[in-house]
Design a protein around this ligand. Structure first.
Ligand SMILES: *Cc1c(COP(=O)(O)O)cnc(C)c1O
Length: 377
């Protein structure tokens, strides 16, 4: 059996361990220390905007904290992209609020601004103005931020950007994660850079960052004893994990280039196969890190479906995966409101995520190309 080719694996620089070791030597084996401070500064300068980063233990907890900081609570409604990973929606439920799901548009596969406005108008007509919008940049592709922010501003609703998959992507030259009232990043093992597990809340003021640090470290008031006047969380990143992040920041730009090259590779191998569209930027306004490369297959034209391709890959020990199943079709969210048509559903039915790691070899690419030719050749 050939070695397994995975969708997306960690890709270390080799320097991570030295930062972890230093923390061990200095005994900063806790949630404060130089690795936290430096990793936060590195992200701030990478994002190239007036942002303040609060490192947390996951993107899921970062989203939860963003909602808490916006005052989302029981009975509130929060709008979010239906076409995403479940972690975009779960934190809404952690707040005892209701997720309201919005369909995608066909160009970026992200939240449709038209469906978004319809949803807002209908929720207001039904008696409740949504409290926040969580917009996702799926597979690294920036959402149509001008249009989404215009709608959000028109109704004065806060935007949270779920940029878990989009570190290194930008829209009109501005980095994803820096548009909303808050942004969130993920350093989970399968993301473009990893700390084994971790996340970040992107804030726009020192006050918001201070509040996020306070809430993520159990909300301790200033007092010699333990004194609490609000509910807090244990969400801060550890200084050990942040050391891995420092090593990964040294290669982030290379990793973005390598993922983008994987996308170019797929554009090339599918270019003569009719009925297959490689997910690509709709215009120069969009710059995707191409965290995952993906295709949609029109089986009537290509003669084979995306499921045929997935099975052929699996036979050769190559991992591929259907596109995210929309949240409004998930059993756990079946009773939640949904606005839009069947764009996300069609993508789910006809799309496939392909091996996209920055550490794939020429031999891996050859094997992938051979399977594609065997199925569609
Ligand atoms: C991975 C991911 C998350 C969750 O990130 P964690 O750091 O694993 O909690 C949230 N949203 C999206 C879109 C993701 O892909």
């Amino acid at each position: 059996m050939n070695d397994k080719i995975w969708l997306s694996l960690p890709h270390l620089s080799g320097n991570e361990l030295s930062f972890v070791e230093t923390a061990f030597q200095n005994n900063w084996v806790t949630s404060i220390g130089a690795n936290i401070d430096v990793f936060e500064q590195q992200l701030e300068s990478f994002l190239n905007a007036e942002v303040k980063i609060c490192l947390l233990n996951s993107a899921t907890s970062s989203l939860h904290l963003a909602l808490v900081m916006l005052g989302v609570s029981q009975g509130d409604e929060v709008l979010t992209s239906t076409f995403s990973f479940v972690a975009s929606a779960n934190p809404i439920v952690y707040c005892s609020a209701t997720p309201v799901f919005i369909d995608s548009e066909n160009e970026t596969w992200n939240m449709c601004p038209i469906a978004l406005e319809e949803a807002i108008q209908d929720r207001i007509a039904k008696g409740k103005k949504p409290k926040a919008i969580i917009v996702v940049h799926l597979y690294g592709m920036p959402a149509k931020m001008d249009e989404i922010i215009e709608v959000a501003n028109k109704y004065d609703i806060a935007v949270i950007e779920d940029a878990a998959e989009a570190l290194g992507s930008n829209y009109k030259g501005q980095k994803c994660g820096t548009f909303g009232r808050f942004g969130i990043l993920s350093f989970n093992g399968n993301k473009i850079i990893t700390t084994s597990g971790g996340g970040a809340l992107v804030c726009h003021s020192p006050e918001d960052k201070e509040k996020a640090v306070f809430l993520s470290t159990q909300a301790r008031d200033h007092a010699p004893h333990y004194q609490h006047s609000q509910i807090g969380y244990n969400y801060r990143m550890s200084n050990i994990v942040a050391g891995i992040g420092r090593g990964q920041m040294e290669v982030l730009k290379d990793r973005v280039q390598a993922r983008r090259k994987m996308h170019d590779f797929y554009v090339d191998i599918f270019k003569n196969i009719e009925g297959i569209t490689v997910f690509s930027e709709p215009s120069d306004f969009f710059y995707s890190n191409h965290w995952l490369s993906a295709i949609v297959v029109d089986g009537k034209i290509s003669g084979k479906t995306c499921e045929d391709l997935r099975m052929a890959f699996a036979e050769d020990n190559i991992e591929s995966r259907p596109l995210w199943k929309p949240m409004h079709l998930q059993p756990v969210f079946a009773d939640k409101p949904y606005y839009g048509g069947n764009v996300a559903e069609q993508l789910f039915n006809n799309g496939l995520c392909l091996p996209s790691g920055s550490n794939l070899s020429d031999g891996d690419r050859r094997r992938i190309a051979e399977v594609v030719l065997r199925v569609f050749g």
